[in-house]
Design a protein. Structure first.
Length: 161
């Protein structure tokens, strides 16, 4: 590959969401492997091939799934900083069919709000040749956070007497 064929695009984006759920439940949606799988990995869009989460500072997360089109996507994550109930900082790389397409550092900030919990997600990313790019990545995270909201609503109902 020549240097002309290689490229990188840098981007930073943020997504803010407010969830009608207590902060502890929103944090658990990120920290509890079973709960995170329900909104982050499972779904009709793809088939999960591997799902391993060790939620702790320095812990590793490995998620691999196959799209309907047959592409295999893999996320390799390392948790950099965790403040219980407040902040999660993680670095991750995404690969498609074994080729790394991006490297990111992300922060999830959680704060109590009048409705429940305010979440601010910020990602700083380097997108390599063949990647989805910042616009598609932000759309992807937005869809995931919408799924998180639906799961939190289900958990609220499940907790009622």
């Amino acid at each position: 590959m020549t240097t002309k064929e290689r490229s990188v695009a840098h981007s930073t984006f943020s997504i803010e969401k407010e969830y009608a759920a207590p902060l502890e439940k929103v944090f658990a949606a990120f920290s509890d492997p079973k709960k995170k799988r329900r909104w982050f990995a499972d779904g009709e869009e793809a088939k999960v091939e591997a799902y391993i989460i060790e939620f702790r500072e320095g812990g590793h997360e490995h998620v691999s799934f196959r799209s309907k089109e047959g592409h295999v996507f893999t996320n390799e994550t390392t948790y950099q900083d965790i403040v219980l109930g407040q902040r999660i900082v993680f670095a991750y790389t995404m690969s498609m069919n074994g080729k790394r397409i991006s490297s990111s550092q992300s922060t999830v900030e959680l704060m109590p709000s009048k409705r429940g919990t305010q979440m601010i997600y910020t990602e700083q990313a380097a997108f390599f040749e063949g990647s989805d790019g910042p616009k598609i990545r932000k759309q992807g995270w937005s869809l995931l956070f919408d799924r998180l909201g639906k799961e939190l609503a289900k958990w609220q109902v499940e907790d009622l007497p």
